[in-house]
Design a protein around this ligand. Structure first.
Ligand code: DX5
Ligand code: ZN
Length: 218
């Protein structure tokens, strides 16, 4: 398998020092940016103006995770602004394919995310229209929660379809990834690991990125 990708989540960073916090994870593959609207999830974080500032402040590709209602309206501007990935939730729209189409047309990779309780089977058919599947391994809304191992069956199912050539997709996991959980996720076939508290809670975030990548590669 390819080298595991690590995407530190700035949700656990110091929001007053975001440019420095991006620099602190040099060597990360993507910088994961959690956009929450206090409607789709019961928390509020940041939006497009902050993403635009971050784009100007770092060369690390931005992996925008939109935990918002109405992604058909709000997702494409993140792509237009220059985000590398724009991921929205399957639960937030009736027409995920058209949202993916608009994101791609605006120049970004399109990602679909599913909450822990959302089955993947109804979405397998449309995953060919996506570049990333983001499997949530905690309930979206907050950092620092415990990993839910049951979601790994979804990663395994999609991994099989990627390995058999039926899909071309990065399998990403988000929530509770740390030194204790990263190996199980890697065994399930995850390509990209989001980690918030495990990276920004470490005394050396860049070293934490390398350590997670090494554990995922075991
Ligand atoms: C949760 C966010 C996650 C969060 C992960 O809703 O989507 O990206 O930052 O944080 P940890 O790694 O601390 O679980
Ligand atoms: Zn996230």
């Amino acid at each position: 398998m390819a080298t595991p990708m690590i995407a530190p989540s700035i949700l656990s960073a110091d929001f007053a020092r975001l440019a420095e916090e991006a620099t602190a994870v040099a060597g990360a593959d993507w910088l994961h940016v959690d956009v929450m609207d206090a409607h789709f999830v019961p928390n509020l974080t940041l939006g497009l103006p902050v993403v635009k500032s971050l784009l100007a402040a770092t060369d690390i590709p931005l992996d925008c995770h939109l935990m918002i209602d109405d992604p058909g309206r709000w997702a494409p501007p993140y792509a237009e602004a220059g985000a590398h990935n724009v991921t929205f939730h399957a639960e937030a729209t009736d027409d995920p394919r058209s949202v993916a189409r608009d994101i791609r047309a605006a120049g970004a990779k399109a990602g679909l995310s599913v909450k822990p309780g959302t089955p993947i089977e109804p979405y397998l058919e449309i995953l060919k229209d996506f570049d990333t599947l983001l499997v949530m391994s905690v309930e979206p809304g907050f950092g620092g929660q415990s990993f839910i191992p049951e979601v790994l069956s979804k990663a395994k199912a999609v991994r099989r379809l990627v390995d058999s050539g039926e899909l071309t997709l990065i399998v990403e996991i988000d929530g509770g990834i740390n030194a204790d959980t990263v190996e199980a996720a890697a065994e399930a076939g995850v390509d990209c690991f989001v980690a918030g508290s495990a990276v920004y809670g470490a005394s050396d975030p860049a070293e934490a990125v390398q350590a997670l990548r090494a554990s995922a590669a075991k």
